[in-house]
Design a protein around this ligand. Sequence first.
Ligand SMILES: Cc1ncc(COP(=O)(O)O)c(C=O)c1O
Length: 389
Amino acid sequence: MFSSRVPADLAVNGLSRAVADAYADGRPLIDLTLSNPTRAGFEYPDYLLSALADERGLKYEPSPFGLVSARQAVARDYARRGLTVSSDRIALTASTSEAYSLLFKLLADAGDDVLVPVPSYPLFDHLAQLDGVVLRRYELEYQNGWSIDVGSIERALSPSTRALLLVTPNNPTGSFVSRAELKQLQAICAQRNIALVADEVFADYQVRPGACVDAARVLDATDGLVFSLGGLSKTVGLPQIKLGWVAVAGASGLVDEALRRLELICDTYLSVSTPVQAALSELLTRGAAVRKQIQARIASNYRTLADRIEGVPSCSLLVADGGWSAIIRVPSIGTEEDLVVDLVGKGVLVHPGYFFDLPHESFLVVSLLPAEDQFSDGIDIVLRHFRNL
Ligand SMILES: Cc1ncc(COP(=O)(O)O)c(C=O)c1O
């Protein structure tokens, strides 16, 4: 009766069971997997959402890519980051996840494949499967910093490859694509006639000062076909508002063709509510106050982690340039699954490396978003576990 797009086995794993037990027993748990900014103790200005009551929200004037005023607001937000993008080349979506789904429909037939980085964002599996698209993986490698193994892209390509996906900065490695890497990726895409899709949802956040400025600029492309994804979830810490966007760049003929086709897809769903479109300019402007707090938080927590880990020789912190996560290499004394379940027993929840397909054991991934005192207490519990090894 059911499609194979949804996995038949939705079983709960050992970690989820341990967490549920801890909460059921009323045991306190410091959550270092927190990725929801609205639960991380930031001060959201009380006037932040007032623009949602704008009376333009009372009129329905369906427009596949969204209201011109809202698309212009996104173009201004790119300009804030030093990027020139015409509002004609911007389409609004209900989220970045939806943007992926729209682009899969635009670029791939059922059974075609797209290349995704490993380690990276675990939702790719579901996003692709729900659209009947196959994932093929290319690798990021770590040597005192992350880089893209371009050879692994060549190996992953197939005659059915339709797009190369990139997350910059990547979740959870925190690595931005470098200019040299981007050049190579663009050459591969041009040669194979495939699109480059860059998820830039974390582009505002750096843990290394200067990392945002050093990062490659995917939307400067004038050849091929390039998509940049962004959204309110991360840039102003408002995932519940449900608004993302796609910006398109590349050779003008290809861009026009892509926009014509994308317009039909967006017109079929018309999924972005009018009040949020009417409010978008204000949300992006006022949300800067939230972005500033998130930036300060992630930089401070990364520094705390770097300081604390110095006292624990068996553990090391992988170098990150940006994003909201950090990766800790820890001794392999059992499986990552057993380790994170043990840590839940000690009062802290962290992600095992395998959750993000980190290549071999043992790694822990922590969110840099929790309040500083919680973060510091949680990290102390994690590191105490390894102190005497
Ligand atoms: C790399 C990456 N892309 C996209 C998203 C989701 O964004 P949205 O809430 O706009 O769907 C996330 C959420 O964590 C993410 O880590």
